[in-house]
Design a protein around this ligand. Structure first.
Ligand code: AVJ
Length: 324
C-alpha cells in the first residue's frame, strides 16, 4: 500500500476574490460558484448533511454501489486505473475498489479541491490491500489530464463521478463538462456517474432545508468564508438560507436572502455590495434527472450508457458510461 500526495496547487485567494467580485458585482441575480462551499468547515458540514434522515442522496448512492459492486466490476475491462472526481470522504468508493482489487492491484487517483476531503479519503481507503493511492489536489479537468499522462500503454481508465455532483452544473454545462472528460479518455474507457433523480417536492425540499439547520449553516458558511478570507463584513444574522425548486430547470436552488437592505464591504475583492430587502445570492443548483435524460446526456457527450442501477428507497441512479 502506498499513499502519495501530488503537488498541491491551491485555487488561490486571488481567484476566490475575482470570482466573488464577478458574482456579486453583476446586474440582476447575484451568484457565487458552489465549489466555494467546500472549505474545511463546508466539507465537514456536508458530511453531516449526508447523515441527515431528510437527505437520502448519499445513502442511496452508497447502497447501489454496495449492492452492485461486483456487477459493475464484471462490466469493466482490465488492467484498470481508477480516478475519482471529488472523492469526498472515500466511504462510497471503498466497496467498488474492494470489488476491483479482487481481480488485480489497483492504482487509485482521487482528484479533489478540498484538502480536508482528500485527507479523509486517503485515511479511509489506505487500509485496502492491493491499492496504491495518489491524491491530486486540483480542479477536475487538470487533475484528470495528469492521471491520463501517467497511463501505461494498454491500461483502461475508470472515472468515478459519484454523489450527483454532475447536478451542480448549469443546464447544458453538464454535457459540456462530460464532453471535456471524454476528450481526455480513449474509446473503451468508462465513467461511473451517480445522478439524483426527480422525486416529489415533499421529499426534495426538506433534503435541502432540514429542520435542524445544517444545510442553512452549510450555505451561510460561504459568507463566513468570504469574511474570513477576504476580510468582508457580512453580518450572517442578516441573511437567511432558502431552498426552492425551479420548475423550468428541474433543480433545487439554494439562495442566501438578505433580510433587510444593507451594504457589505469586501476589501480583498475591492468591492462594496448593496443588497435590497429580500434580494438573494444564488449559491447552488442541484439538478434532478430523469432516467432517459441520463442516456441522452451520455450520447450527447461521446459515451453510451451501458448500464443503469437505481435505488427504490430514494430515487437515484448509478450509470455506467463507456467512451465510444
Ligand atoms: C454534494 C453536490 C451532491 O447537490 O445535493 C447538499 C450538495 N447542497 N445539500 C447536492 C448539497 C445542499 C450536494 N452534492
Amino acid at each position: 500500500m502506498l499513499v502519495e500526495h501530488l503537488e498541491t496547487i491551491n485555487s488561490s485567494v486571488a481567484q476566490f476574490a475575482a470570482d466573488v467580485h464577478a458574482g456579486l458585482d453583476r446586474p440582476g441575480q447575484k451568484e457565487l460558484p458552489s465549489k466555494y462551499l467546500y472549505d474545511s468547515i463546508g466539507s465537514t458540514l456536508f458530511e453531516a448533511i449526508s447523515l441527515l434522515p431528510e437527505y437520502g442522496l448519499t445513502r442511496a448512492d452508497e447502497r447501489i454501489l454496495r449492492r452492485h459492486a461486483s456487477d459493475i466490476a464484471e462490466l469493466l475491462p482490465s488492467p484498470l486505473i481508477v480516478s475519482e472526481l471529488g472523492s469526498g470522504s472515500g466511504k462510497k468508493t471503498r466497496c467498488i475498489l474492494e470489488a476491483l482489487c479482487k481481480r488485480e492491484a489497483i492504482s487509485y487517483y482521487p482528484i479533489e479541491i478540498s484538502a480536508t476531503a482528500l485527507a479523509s479519503c486517503e485515511r479511509e481507503l489506505a487500509g485496502i490491500d492491493c491499492i496504491s493511492i495518489v491524491g491530486i489536489e486540483r480542479e477536475y479537468v487538470d487533475g484528470l489530464r495528469e492521471v491520463a499522462n501517467r497511463r501505461a500503454p494498454g491500461a483502461h481508465l475508470l472515472i468515478l463521478f459519484l454523489g450527483s455532483t454532475i447536478g451542480n452544473f448549469d443546464a447544458g454545462a453538464d454535457q459540456r463538462f462530460l464532453q471535456r472528460i471524454r476528450d481526455i479518455l480513449l474509446p473503451g474507457d468508462s465513467l461511473l456517474l451517480g445522478a439524483d433523480l426527480l422525486k416529489p417536492l415533499s421529499q426534495l425540499i426538506p433534503a435541502y432545508d432540514d429542520p435542524i439547520g445544517i444545510t442553512a449553516a452549510f450555505n451561510l458558511n460561504l459568507l463566513a468564508r468570504i469574511n474570513r478570507e477576504l476580510d468582508a463584513d457580512f453580518n450572517l444574522r442578516q441573511f437567511e438560507h432558502v431552498a426552492r425548486f425551479n420548475e423550468d430547470t428541474n433543480s433545487v436552488e439554494m439562495h442566501l436572502r438578505s433580510k433587510e437592505s444593507q451594504t457589505v464591504t469586501i476589501p480583498r475583492a475591492e468591492l462594496m455590495v448593496r443588497f435590497s430587502h429580500g434580494e438573494t445570492i444564488w449559491t447552488e443548483s442541484s439538478h434532478k434527472y430523469s432516467e432517459s435524460e441520463i442516456s441522452i446526456l451520455a450520447g450527447a457527450s461521446g459515451f453510451r450508457c451501458e448500464a443503469q442501477w437505481t435505488d427504490v428507497e430514494w430515487c437515484f441512479a448509478e450509470n455506467l458510461f463507456i467512451a465510444v
